[in-house]
Design a protein around this ligand. Structure first.
Ligand code: R5P
Length: 295
């Protein structure tokens, strides 16, 4: 009918096209509410389900860490290369431009400094403030096997409850004390407990043996923690192995911001995580982008 075809006011119910809702690219998140999924989609790239998160929350327990003395100078230029920024609300509000496109993952636990028992944390922010900041997730340490294990688990479960009320995902961080071994048995235990008790994302260390058991046994995305600074190619190799063995990305700090050329490093990490680049090639990319810097 000419009238109907040509008139934009004519009603079209699209009888021949059933309404489609996209599937969801984040592990374990298919049955979550819209707001939570919308936030997770800011962290994990819908194109590949992976993330490059830049961690610079170290000051919450150890003050002006090497490489983070001036977050405005050292971290702000890296932000465009990160899918997500992990920091404290103090640094986000005082230093990070509100115009940033990166998702914000806000540290929500704290208390003890490096001078005390780190496992004795409490919830350090109200989830309403994370909503106010337009955070994409809140982060909490969980000290499985630590002196204050139960308290730290309780911190997380309270944040998970608050997160469900507000649509705010929780990133549970496996905080491994010096006395604990970072092997697949321990990391599998810790990551699984964190996911079972409700976190939507888990951050943990890589281990050389059986890391795929850790990721397979965790029903939500595991992102690899960076840890202390390694040689460039070793850090890229670790990131490569982690995503190859099921991690949904990385959350790296010192291995990026303590480099001679942090911007070159985060670009190399991105190529590994999102582009599937091999570690040797990515290490060469780092050197090429940084006038031959080796560190
Ligand atoms: C780790 O548990 C804390 O969140 C750290 O402050 C930070 O994320 C560690 O980053 P990295 O070990 O890669 O320097």
């Amino acid at each position: 009918m000419a009238d109907r075809d040509g008139n934009i006011n004519a009603k079209d119910y699209g009888y021949d096209q059933p309404q489609q809702v996209e599937g969801f690219h984040v592990k374990g998140a298919t049955q979550l509410d819209f707001g939570m999924r919308h936030r997770l989609a800011r962290i994990f790239d819908p194109a590949d389900g992976r993330t490059v998160m830049l961690a610079f929350d170290h000051g919450y327990f150890q003050g002006p860490t090497s490489g983070l003395e001036r977050v405005d100078l050292n971290i702000v230029p890296l932000a465009p290369h990160a899918d997500a920024l992990m920091g404290t609300r103090g640094i986000f509000r005082s230093v990070i431009p509100a115009s940033t496109d990166s998702a914000l993952v806000v540290r929500a636990s704290g208390g003890p400094s490096i001078l005390k028992d780190l496992s004795d944390e409490r919830i350090a922010m109200d989830v309403d403030d994370a909503v106010r900041m337009d955070a994409a997730a809140v982060a909490v340490q969980v000290f499985v096997g630590g002196e204050h294990e139960t308290q730290s688990v309780h911190n997380m479960t309270r944040l998970v409850d608050a997160g469900y009320r507000t649509g705010m995902p929780v990133l549970g961080v496996t905080a491994v004390g010096r006395e604990l071994t970072r092997d697949a048995r321990y990391l599998g235990l810790a990551t699984r407990i964190i996911a079972e008790l409700g976190a939507q994302i888990v951050k943990t260390y890589y281990c050389d043996e059986d890391f795929e058991q850790v990721t397979a046994g965790c029903p939500v995305p595991v992102i690899m923690a960076g840890g202390k600074k390694l040689p460039v190619e070793d850090a890229l190799d670790m990131a490569h192995k982690a995503v190859d063995q099921g991690a949904a990305g990385v959350d790296m700090g010192r291995n990026i911001f303590q480099r001679q050329r942090p911007e070159a490093m985060i670009k190399a990490v991105r190529e590994v995580v999102h582009g599937g680049m091999k570690p040797a090639e990515a290490a060469q990319l780092y050197r090429d982008l940084s006038d031959g810097a080796e560190d």
